[in-house]
Design a protein around this ligand. Structure first.
Ligand code: ADP
Ligand code: MG
Length: 281
């Protein structure tokens, strides 16, 4: 028996299965005590090794994909964002949009969870073995400009086009120069109908001309980015500011109209305060 266990140990060493080797004595003891059967022992050893490798693979892939800090859909509080259809997001998490090379847009004001959801879908894709890359639009444009100056643009675009899923975060926060818009257009064109994308933006599509400093390029971009697309509009308050809602002026709160709507008409005598405002105005 111990000769055979030594044999197994040598095989695990040769196969480079350190986690299974670590577990070997423990499994043999349980087997001898009759706590588990042979099949369970084999399963225990192999699944320990597999899970350990899988964790390492996912960890490396998340760093390479720049999906840090990682986010999950389980940690997303859907009750905080009632405008968001949970079933729709869970359907996206099945990742068929990646197979279909579609574009998912998350639109909404700051702090509404756009980057969280994009990252969580990226993490789910990495777990399923897909190649993913995440960057902000500003980072992509900066990297492509640098590559262009150094005569490496074709390689750079090829690199960004290779991932099964490219996440472009933060469209609209920083204005893009016309040169930058052209570079982004080349990238979008390289991925068009070939690879999936997730885009996040705090600006509506009508404002893309402004964001990209060129209405013609913006139209051409949108033409491709809306062709096979899923648009998820989030209308709600910032999760970042949830603890401080009372400190934020009404007009700064997400989605609050700049001019507050007129107070609803009430029956009967209006309360004193309203009356005072009316006479003052
Ligand atoms: P956005 O990209 O829309 O500006 P983020 O996705 O970066 O917003 O969200 C800001 C922070 O709040 C992040 O740390 C994110 O994980 C967290 N967050 C946002 N919405 C939720 C939510 N509904 N449930 C849990 N955490 C959330
Ligand atoms: Mg964000």
């Amino acid at each position: 028996m111990s000769g055979l266990v030594d044999n197994i140990r040598a095989s695990l060493l040769g196969l480079k299965m350190p986690r299974a080797m670590e577990m070997l004595d423990h499994m043999v003891q349980r087997l001898e005590k009759g706590e588990i059967g042979a099949i369970e022992a084999i399963d225990g050893l192999l699944s320990e090794e597999f899970n350990c490798r899988e964790d390492r693979r996912v960890g490396v892939a998340l760093t390479t994909a720049r999906l840090t800090p990682p986010k999950t859909l389980e940690s997303f509080d859907f009750t905080f964002q009632p405008s968001l259809d949970r079933d729709r997001i869970m359907a996206l998490a099945q990742l068929d949009f990646i197979k279909r090379a579609e574009v998912v847009h998350f639109l909404g004001p700051p702090g509404t969870g756009k980057s969280h959801l994009a990252t969580a879908l990226g993490v789910a894709a990495v777990k399923k073995g897909k190649s993913v890359y995440r960057a902000t639009l500003a980072e992509l444009v900066e990297a492509m400009s640098k590559a262009e100056r150094e005569g490496r643009l074709v390689d750079k675009i090829r690199f960004y086009a290779r991932a099964s899923l490219l996440i472009v975060d933060e469209i609209g926060y920083l204005p893009i120069t016309q040169g930058g818009a052209n570079l982004f257009f080349q990238l979008v064109n390289a991925r068009y109908e070939k690879g999936a994308m997730i885009l996040t933006s705090n600006r509506g599509f009508a404002e893309w001309g402004e964001v990209f400093g060129d209405p013609v390029v913006a139209t051409a971009l949108l033409d491709r980015l809306l062709h096979h697309a899923v648009v998820v509009q989030i209308e709600g308050a910032s999760y970042r500011l949830r603890a401080h809602a009372d400190l934020i002026p009404e007009h700064v709160r997400a989605n609050a109209p700049i001019t507050p709507p007129p107070a609803p008409k009430r029956r009967g005598r209006p309360p004193r305060k309203e009356k005072q405002i009316e006479t003052a105005g």
